[in-house]
Design a protein around this ligand. Structure first.
Ligand code: NIG
Ligand code: FE
Length: 410
């Protein structure tokens, strides 16, 4: 099966060499070909170039992309798509003046979602999550990481991870699973934090590993949640089972969690709405990807990750949605990209690099996905006719993705 895209107004993120991620000043460069063609064979990118160099090809399908942009799909490296029910009442409470912390302290927040999830069957949870996944795929997401963390009991955490496994089996886009048992302390362990960590390490982790349910481990390293020392303990235990760390850190407070995460060779550190110079220094040359979640900042009115500071210091940046029922009930990566440009003052080139190749890196996928490179997987999308690719973040809120190809199929 071959598909030939012709007359592409501009083909974005064209890379000859196999790069893992882009950083610093290079993020402003988004290599492209104007008036281009793109040939897909099976599930791979076979060839591309200028229309004037198009060889004679008898393709099974021809897509005329006149006036349209073609680019790799979005790689959303941080989501909590598997959850039960919603928290719209807390949303209204926040409008009426309560803070995220106040809501959490009275049993809302993560514990509210955990209660709902514990009462939901695995099949029901799968159906709810599947709808969300289908929705984000229509908007251009072609690879996604999904976390557990709304179970908080061994049984419910395994239920979440089994739902993620089922999504992996049913959908052809790459899905990576993260074990986030350390998302919050359950009410029963309010005064016995070490007791919960013991369950997590000695009961949950061995079962997660035995069923091969996760490739990554995460913890909410934050004041009032998991301390730096507790996070390190969990991460080190998880590493014994081969799980790679990706850590929620610096969302509300700076507690030197980034230093610990880098020391533990985390693949990514996510949130970073608050960040100091020492955090920036420690990230340099580390291979740990800083991940910003601008939809979360937007929804709960907290500062935006200082992306300019990161990039201007030579660091890379990835963008992700954080799709979850509490702080980001949206998985729309087009909105993420637009909001990053508008609120974090990064250019469309930087934002697209952050949401494609760097997003793929933040879930260990960038060798196979995230750029238009011969031999990489054919996860690409076509926009509606637009004046230029700058129009994508400019016309924020408009659904401009026309077609999404996953592994060579629309
Ligand atoms: O990434 N910060 C921690 N976890 C989620 C929100 C959890 C919730 O409120 O349900 C986040 O924002
Ligand atoms: Fe999150």
């Amino acid at each position: 099966m071959t598909t030939l895209f012709v007359n592409i107004q501009e083909l974005l993120q064209v890379r000859d060499s196999d790069i893992a991620f882009v950083a610093g000043a290079d993020m402003k460069i988004l290599p492209s070909i104007k008036n281009a063609y793109l040939l897909i064979e099976g599930d791979e990118i076979k060839d591309f170039g200028e229309m004037s160099d198009l060889p004679f090809i008898e393709a099974d399908t021809i897509e005329d992309c006149a006036g349209k942009i073609v680019l790799p799909t979005w790689y959303d490296s941080h989501t909590h798509i598997v959850y039960a029910g919603n928290r719209e009442l807390e949303f209204v409470d926040r409008i009426n003046g309560l803070s995220y912390e106040e809501i959490a302290n009275r049993g809302g927040g993560i514990l509210n979602s955990a209660k709902k999830l514990q009462e939901t069957s695995e099949d029901d949870l799968y159906e709810q999550s599947k709808l969300r996944l289908m929705e984000v795929m229509k908007m251009g997401t072609g690879g996604v990481e999904i976390k557990s963390g709304y179970g908080l009991t061994t049984e419910a955490e395994l239920k979440m991870l089994r739902v993620i496994k089922r999504l992996k089996e049913e959908f052809s886009l790459p899905i990576k699973a993260t074990f986030l048992g350390a998302h919050a302390f359950p009410a029963e362990y309010k005064n016995n934090h070490e007791g919960y960590i013991d369950v997590l390490i000695n009961e949950m982790l061995p079962k997660v590993a035995a069923e091969n349910l996760a490739e990554f481990v995460d913890a909410f390293c934050e004041t009032g949640y998991f301390s730096v020392a507790q996070t390190r303990k969990i991460v080190e235990a998880a590493k014994q089972y081969g799980l790679v760390p990706k850590i929620h850190v610096n969302q509300f407070t700076m507690i030197n969690g980034i230093e610990m995460a880098v020391d533990c060779k985390a693949l990514s550190v996510d949130h970073l709405e608050v960040l100091n110079d020492a955090d920036v220094e420690v990230l340099k040359g580390s291979g740990t990807m800083p991940v910003a979640l601008p939809s979360c900042s937007y929804f709960i009115s907290i500062p935006y990750t200082p992306a300019r500071k990161l990039i201007d210091n030579g660091l890379p940046l990835a963008l992700a949605s954080d799709y979850n029922p509490g702080t980001t009930p949206s998985g729309n990566m087009n909105f993420v990209v637009a909001t990053a440009c508008i609120k974090m003052k990064i250019t469309p080139e930087e934002a697209i690099n952050a949401a494609t190749i760097n997003g793929a890196y933040a879930m260990n996928l960038s060798r196979e996905y995230g750029s238009i490179t011969k031999g990489k997987k054919a996860n690409v999308m076509i926009t509606k006719p637009v004046p230029s690719f700058y129009y994508l973040p400019y016309s924020f809120g408009e659904q401009l993705i026309d077609k999404v190809m996953i592994q060579g199929n629309f």
